[in-house]
Design a protein around this ligand. Sequence first.
Ligand code: GCO
Ligand code: MN
Ligand code: MN
Length: 395
Amino acid sequence: MAKDKNGNEVKYSFGLWTVNWAGGDPFGAPTRPWNDYNFDSIRKLKEIGAHAFTFHDDDAFPPTATDAERSEAIAKLKKVINETGIVCEMTPFNGFSHPVFKEGGFISSNREVRRYGLIKTLRHVDLAAELGATTFVLWNGREGAEYDNSKDLGDAHARYAEAIDTVADYIKAKGYDIRIALEPKPNEPRGDMLLPTIGHALAVIDSLDNSDIVGLNPEVGHEQMANLNFTHGIALAMYLGKLFHIDLNGQNGAKFDQDLVFGHGDLKEAFFLVDLLNNGGINGNLQPYTGYRHFDYKPSRTESDAGVWESARANIEIYETLSKKAENYRKDPKTIELFKRAKIDQLGQPTLAAGESVVDFRNSVSQYDFDIDTIGKEDYGLVELHQQAIRHILG
Ligand code: GCO
Ligand code: MN
Ligand code: MN
């Protein structure tokens, strides 16, 4: 089992909606039966080496379930948790599947929809607490538009922020040990979604009254759909203490959301991501990520039962393999020498010296003290450093 820099064992988690996905797409019918609120998949997750699962409210019972039906489903879920020891570490809210949310969930222009969405969310927060989940994910699935004149965009942002703060208020009022993690996505299912990237979401989090318990659940493919560097985005979230959770999967560039197995898209970025999560950067000045490595992928619709579970296993296999490779790469003397040549250690040092004020600096240092022509000719060896990483990835 992989371990992070501090010796903590890396733990894996899967969404129930991943391995249970029936394979329907906009052009074709499902290719597999849906297991109809049956939690046997949690037993299978244990077999493949997962430690935890996640689920939306709608993955466990339909939104129209009666109180009795809902209680029965929850009892069944708790039974599987007790029997397997597989815990529910996070639970996302489904404010996107039912047609009621077709025009938006928290940002619907229809106030009735927003009030329904809020009560559905709060009820699910209660369930999260009951099951011991410590992260509550809000994905921006329906929070968007196809037409720029279809809603008042300022009010949409105001209602979105208000909804997040209201849910956070409730968590605090109840004294729950739960943090909210926003999951950005640029588009799909909506033409354009609000809080489309890590950066947008961070800016809004900063404006909230309850920003202390609101962070991020970024997904690999979602940033890559926007042609952004996921690893850079994760580093920013870690630096700001906002990486509350993570959705690992694979994506090949800017196109529809592929939700491939982790590493089956941009493998190099996956390698550098694993290294960052496990080790907190080359100089190790960030805290390694201590949360579950959560896979939010979709078994391709070409797969049937065997292929579904092979694909689930593949996620863990890739994370374990890349962890090992990252460790070997970092301790290879050749890599250490190349880090030195690239001056990476210097980036860990503040630019002003200890005790040096900016005014002292201004008064004592001259622009002409620097031989910029010589410095401009220095060799950083970054291509060789990258080649060194690729050598380790290829093995
Ligand atoms: C996607 C999304 C969803 C959400 C999940 C949590 O692939 O577009 O990742 O899978 O993560 O539903 O609400
Ligand atoms: Mn996705
Ligand atoms: Mn996701």
